[in-house]
Design a protein around this ligand. Structure first.
Ligand SMILES: *[C@@H]1O[C@H](CO)[C@@H](O)[C@H](O)[C@H]1NC(C)=O
Ligand SMILES: [Zn+2]
Ligand SMILES: [Zn+2]
Length: 413
């Protein structure tokens, strides 16, 4: 009876070991991930676990190496097929048998093929760094309010993946035999008999690179870089301020000659579209933002402003309804601003604002009152006679009626 659980454990252990190393899990991708997704996963994870970022952390280093291994295995169709079918063991056999494809890169070398330079981050190492790139992305106010997971695409200079940045079709790069690899030529000109001038100029045989390529890469034409679009995930946090900058490390233009700089995304607010068929915006009403507060303009008829007894359901940016209204007899003056607490923007930097308990800013509702341009004749007559009646009776005093203190004059209504 005791044997059984032991056998069971023995049977399951290798499976657990295999599972822990699963290349797909390691990269956090699905079995049917595209090459793009594999590359994206590598880009993200290799930066996260790079030893330069995790000094003295052995497990991060090991992970960095495994990620490179997983990438190499999955990006090559042949080794990916073998891995899918036979797993790690099959892949090992294939590599020992000298199978082509899935060539193993040194993990730092692989890193440099993505981000340029020598495979390090170039902070302090004296390594050249490319320029930072700054882009502006406009998103609707709704996304600032609710938060959003979205993506954007920008075009940038990328290391050619066909030749892995060598510029050569077959990988062969030779030292220029004209300049001997210096990239410069020194020529002597005779100015007068016996008097020479030495002129240094760029070697035109190799374009100053010191290296020549017999068979240029057909994709980049030997330039080693290509322009291509790249899609990034954009995580908008609730209540992020307008103009906030989000940094994507090492995602600016790439070159084999330097470490890519950072891509900096500045979030802007997309102007609301007046012509949109959205019923809520038909009269040009939409939320505007200033800091943590929102602003809304509500239109009231003369009757509503004056007599009260009205209701509005304003649909907020996440769809919830803010109810506005007055009872009968409750007057709203034109231009009056009502402040509704807790219906503004979510507050993003709450931790930094000490003692601030609010989760949301306020909503400022400005009331606009429209007087009727025209009235039906009968209606106009009735109003007129009502006014006449009361005017003759009392002579209505605006200030007394409004209940305001210290009247300055006696305007007649
Ligand atoms: C506003 O919403 C409430 C609750 O859903 C509803 O009872 C009321 O009739 C609505 N008022 C207007 C003016 O649409
Ligand atoms: Zn190329
Ligand atoms: Zn040369």
């Amino acid at each position: 009876m005791l044997l059984f659980p032991t056998l069971f454990l023995l049977g399951i252990l290798p499976w657990i070991a295999l599972c822990a190393d699963d290349f797909y899990k390691l990269l956090g991708i699905e079995k049917d991930a595209s090459d793009r997704e594999i590359k994206r996963a590598y880009r993200t994870l290799s930066k996260k676990f790079h030893p330069d970022k995790n000094p003295n952390d052995e497990s991060a280093h090991a992970k960095f190496v495994s990620i490179a291994e997983a990438y190499d295995a999955l990006i090559d169709p042949e080794t990916r097929r073998i891995y899918d079918q036979y797993g790690h063991d099959g892949l090992k056999q294939h590599q020992q048998g000298g199978g082509r494809g899935g060539q193993h890169h040194d993990p730092f070398d692989l890193f440099s093929r993505f981000f340029g330079g020598s495979g390090h981050f170039g902070h302090g190492g004296g390594e050249r760094r490319g320029h930072n790139m700054e882009v502006r992305i406009s998103i609707p106010l709704r996304d600032f309010y609710n938060g959003a997971e979205t993506e954007f695409t920008i075009e940038k200079q990328a290391i050619c993946s066909a030749c892995e940045g060598s510029g050569s079709k077959d990988g062969a790069v030779e030292t220029c035999n004209v300049c001997g690899g210096r990239g410069m030529r020194v020529q002597k000109h005779m100015l007068a008999p016996g008097i020479f001038q030495q002129v240094q100029s760029m070697c035109d045989a190799c374009g100053g690179k010191g290296k020549t390529i017999k068979h240029p890469c057909p994709v980049c034409g030997g330039a080693r870089v290509v322009r291509e679009p790249e899609t990034h995930q954009l995580h908008v946090e609730r209540g992020m301020p307008k103009g906030v900058r989000i940094t994507y490390e090492n995602e600016a233009d790439e070159s084999p000659d330097w470490v890519a700089g950072d891509l900096i995304v500045q979030l802007q607010e997309l102007e609301p579209k007046m012509e949109s068929g959205d019923a809520l915006k038909l009269d040009g009403n939409f939320f505007r933002r200033r800091g943590r507060d929102l602003f809304w303009r509500e239109v009231l008829s003369l009757r509503e402003a004056w007599m009260g007894d009205w209701e509005r359901n304003v649909t907020h940016l996440d769809g919830h309804v803010v109810r506005l209204g007055r009872d009968r007899g409750d007057v709203v003056q034109p231009g009056m601003v009502e402040i509704v607490k807790g219906e503004g923007m979510p507050i993003w930097d709450r931790e930094e604002q000490e003692g601030d308990e609010d989760e949301f800013g306020a909503l400022h509702v400005e009331y606009v009152v429209v007087l009727p341009d025209q009235m039906e004749t009968g209606m106009e007559k009735e109003f007129w006679s009502t006014w006449e009646k009361w005017r003759k009776k009392h002579g209505v005093d605006l200030h007394k009626d409004s209940g305001r203190p210290a009247p300055k004059s006696h305007d007649e209504l």
